[in-house]
Design a binder for this molecule. Sequence first.
Ligand code: PLP
Length: 394
Amino acid sequence: MDDLPTELERLQAGHLLRTRRVRSSAQEIEPVIDGKKVLSFCSNDYLGLASHPRITERLVRTASESGVGSGASHLITGHHTSHHALEEELAEFMGCERALLFSTGYMANLGVVGAFAGRTSVVFEDRLNHASLIDAAVLARARLKRYRHLDTEELQQKLEAVSGHPGLIASDGVFSMDGTVCPVKRLQEIARVCSARLVIDDAHGIGVLGPHGKGCTEGRLEKDTLVVGTLGKAFGTFGAFVAGPGDSIEWCVQRARSYAYTTALPPPLADAARAALQLIREEPWRRERLHALVGYFRKCAAEQALPVTASVTPIQPVMTGSADAALRLSQTLHEHGILVPAIRPPTVARGQARLRVTFSAMHTETHIDRLVETLAKALQPARTNHDETSHSAT
Ligand SMILES: *Cc1c(COP(=O)(O)O)cnc(C)c1O
């Protein structure tokens, strides 16, 4: 890779060059992107909290009292009463003994996996796990064994084949590009039977799934399971946490390198997340509305025979196959003022490119009608062509 211009051209030619759009408004349903107002179906702000005034006010108030910077890591002088209170509130919310804050979900995964796995460990991961969980196993220098998506039988076989080594199972709760949900009960059972530790990264589940928004583990979380959550998605703020048994969390304080060797989150952000947690608890209508909208989209998509998947979460992939087709579909939507970026390799496997549509409680049925109509029209020429080809072939 010494010839960067050539490599970059190759990415461009393969429709794999990533570009950034510049947003100049708040994160909302109709943000201003590259100077133009668009209808967005791609944020992870599932509950519409990213620009909620109560959260902003709380952040500003704490900033005016405590300043912005933490000045040091949690283990030196960075740990503030706002962080401490947030950890206690998150632990209570998740029904766990303790919770520990990290700066991002990416860092939480690096920290937690690294605290419990080392050179002699085997880490078992679902093939579609988030990049941060894969990187975490690599960085821990553990042996990484990946099993087919949601295939707990293959997981169990792989675990049995390496018995004697300390094992750690890591799975996304809600898979970020597919919207599928991990088999929580079965994973916990396997972890128990095989004496492996289980980490569920519920970045897209917490705030969204379960009657109270506790995520995919709500009502069935076993004592030894560790749950990672982010504050950057449904919470609409920034930061992350891991929740679990007190001794496991204490071990993370002692051993998680991405906890110890980095500056603590700004205290105003911790208080902003506390305000978000309060809204998640007090306003279940946001979650209910979100699920009603997902149901409405699925009904309309079925009527138009759109290439959607079986996902029932607010992550609704529209499958295109090639990166090129995904890019073209995304561009057509953009011409109609709708923002849904194409997801291409290496984020997903080759031939699995897609538009990743996500919903927020702030969308309306009218927004969804517009999305479905535009998708149906954009996909029509491709279908007609396809039909013509198959006719002429017969
Ligand atoms: C977004 C995401 C993360 C990373 O969380 P950040 O707080 O954004 O760093 C981790 N795991 C999964 C499954 C995610 O989707």
